[in-house]
Design a protein around this ligand. Structure first.
Ligand code: FES
Length: 144
């Protein structure tokens, strides 16, 4: 299995997350669907989760620049569900007990690599086709 370099470990903020996009890999190297992922780091431990909430799975965790971290937990921007950074378990909120979808990575030589067989690294940042004006197309409790 090939591994694509994502970013140096030191570029992943410990008080936030680093957003990147991976794309499906096919036999010809062509790509189609873009999937956003958030990288979270506590000290030297790095984990990666698909960037969507377990409450409403069509809602991203972030507002376009990576998921927020508060009190050492990832926070969903829509209704404030919180997720343990290292396990991805929802510790509070409407999806309490659910677990974020993990993305396979490894760290070597101070660099984070994507090791998903079906995906290849796309780019740092979010999906360029993402509409940041709609907030995910669902109406939240606060009316946005
Ligand atoms: S969509 Fe994330 S807590 Fe509701």
């Amino acid at each position: 299995m090939s591994a694509d370099a994502i970013a140096p470990v030191e570029e992943i903020p410990t008080d936030g997350t680093l957003l990147f996009t991976m794309r499906t890999r096919d036999g010809d190297g062509a790509t189609d669907e873009a999937i956003e992922v958030v990288l979270s780091r506590r000290d030297d431990n790095v984990v990666a989760y698909r960037n969507y909430c377990k409450h409403w799975t069509d809602v991203r965790l972030d507002k376009g620049s990576g998921a927020a971290v508060r009190d050492d937990e990832l926070v969903c921007q829509r209704h404030g569900a919180t997720f343990d950074r290292e396990s991805g378990v929802c510790t509070f909120g409407p999806c309490e007990g659910a677990v974020l979808d993990n993305v396979d990575i490894r760290v070597a030589d101070e660099t984070v690599y994507l090791v998903e067989e079906e995906f290849e690294f796309g780019s740092l940042g979010g999906d360029e086709s993402r509409d940041l004006s709609s907030g995910g197309g669902r109406i939240g409790f606060d009316g946005v």
